[in-house]
Write a protein that binds this ligand. Structure first.
Ligand code: ADP
Ligand code: ASP
Ligand code: MG
Length: 437
């Protein structure tokens, strides 16, 4: 069995839902993981925001507008009156549930229950549509098997046992449908795997059933060699290994959520990125195999803060770096890039949540400077140090752009540059021109 995951745009309208139904029915008995319809999760976040601000009218108005969109989709999607009625009844129940939160106190728990409705609704709609087409699709509720522990990590054994149990109850099914993104936490409360987390769901489901392949279907034909939102003429990369894909996803290639790689890699399950707009396109295959051409793709990660700690007296004393890293650890803030010199060390972080406390602690060890609004540009490929010239080419491409940090050699797969936000688009374009000419 395979896992087929479809993102928000792929199920974003009646027409797109029909298109996905065509794809999944042509592929046999698989597990289909769905995101919420495009824009829904953002709107649910907006509704929650109104409720946090005790603006029940704002919330109600937004709920009504979203509900109207769903009713319109139902009208366009189903041909039988009985399916329209059933879909309307079930979707209305979801909206009434969301409405019920406009009367009471509102906390993070209620927000998560609201956010879960997006994936619950898209799977209801798809399941009913497939049933209307005479396909015996069966809905497998993610809230009955997808679970995280006290650290927010997936409970892989629990997921596996529960999921297999649920699937075994429906041997007659033609297709299984389940929700991405949503789960229960260690306390049994409704929770989620973070924004964009449906890719992670797909990978966890794939690992749980030992899937033959995990297919991530989206609105573009694979991982492109640069960010298509900022660079024209980008091309899909045919093959990536798990490490390269992980670097690209982590450093900003939005097509894939970075958490998706690990479960697939650990269980050696290939991940294929495919386009619902061009279902016959080859896409990108991610696996264990290394492909021997050098630079494969470029990505950019925004909202980076760099911190430099200068301390002539202490840097080379052993234990200094440990002390610096411990400060970040004690404030639960991961570090992305690190560069060191004789007199200082610079690191980058992607969250300023604990920055003030971190800076207070770092100042005990040296002079600290901070640069905000920076971007990490990550050049990914088979960059073993013996392959000469690639780092020089990347630096040549950026010769007219101020570079704050460079990191190379941490893995065989990336060179990272830290630059200013305003130089990002220029840097991405110049790198494409030099590296993929
Ligand atoms: P989904 O809703 O299906 O999960 P996403 O919006 O999360 O889809 O991801 C697909 C989008 O990722 C594409 O439309 C594209 O704009 C963006 N993207 C960013 N970098 C890349 C890249 N290197 N290759 C392909 N797509 C990318
Ligand atoms: N619907 C969720 C989001 O928009 C999860 C996902 O699409 O992956 O973040
Ligand atoms: Mg996505």
């Amino acid at each position: 069995m395979k896992v087929l995951k479809f993102g928000g745009t792929s199920v974003g309208s009646a027409e797109r839902i029909k298109n996905v139904a065509n794809i999944v029915t042509s592929k046999g008995k698989n597990i289909v993981v769905l995101s919420a319809m495009a824009g829904t999760t953002n709107t649910l976040v907006e509704i929650a925001d109104y409720l946090y601000k005790k603006n029940a009218d704002g919330a109600k108005e937004t709920i009504n507008l979203l509900e109207k969109k769903y009713f319109q989709t139902i009208d366009e999607l189903y041909s039988k009156e009985s399916s329209k009625e059933e879909a309307t009844r079930e979707i209305k129940a979801c909206f009434n549930y969301i409405r019920s939160f406009t009367k009471d106190i509102f906390t993070l728990f209620e927000e998560k229950e609201i956010l879960a409705q997006g994936e619950i609704m898209s799977t209801i709609m798809m399941n009913l549509y497939l049933n209307e087409q005479g396909i015996n699709s069966v809905l497998i509720p993610a809230l009955e098997y997808m679970k995280t522990d006290k650290n927010g990590e997936p409970e892989t054994q629990f997921i596996k046992q529960r999921l297999i149990n649920l699937l075994d109850k429906h041997p007659e099914a033609d297709i299984y449908i389940t929700q991405g993104y949503i789960c229960r936490n260690a306390y049994g409360e409704i929770d989620n795997l973070q924004r964009g987390g449906s890719d992670y769901s797909a990978s966890l489901v794939g690992a749980a059933i030992g899937a033959e392949e995990i297919e991530i279907w989206t609105d573009i034909d694979g991982m492109h060699n640069n960010d298509p939102r900022f660079v024209e003429g980008t091309k899909p990369v045919e093959k990536l290994n798990f490490e390269e894909a992980a670097e690209l996803a982590y450093f900003g290639a939005k097509i894939l959520h970075p958490t998706c790689i690990q479960p697939a890699k650990l269980n050696n399950i290939p991940v294929r990125l495919l386009s619902t707009l061009e279902p016959t396109a080859k896409g990108t295959l991610i696996g264990n195999e290394s492909v021997n051409y050098a630079i494969k793709a470029i990505a950019a990660k925004d909202n980076i803060t760099s911190i430099k700690i200068k301390s002539g007296r202490m840097l080379l004393a052993y234990g200094f770096l440990r002390k610096v890293f411990e400060i970040f650890e004690s404030h639960k803030t991961p570090i992305d890039m690190v560069v060191t010199s004789e007199v200082g060390v610079s690191v980058t972080i992607d969250s300023e949540k604990n920055l003030d406390n971190i800076l207070d602690d770092l100042r005990k060890f040296g002079t600290v400077t901070v640069d905000r609004d920076m971007v990490i540009i990550c050049v990914v490929g088979n960059l073993e140090w013996q392959n000469c010239g690639y780092e020089a080419m990347a630096m040549e491409a950026l010769k007219n752009i101020p570079v704050r940090m460079i990191s190379y050699g941490g893995s065989n797969y990336n060179i990272s540059f830290l630059i200013r936000k305003e130089d990002k688009v220029k840097a991405l374009n110049q790198l494409s021109q030099v590296l993929f000419k």
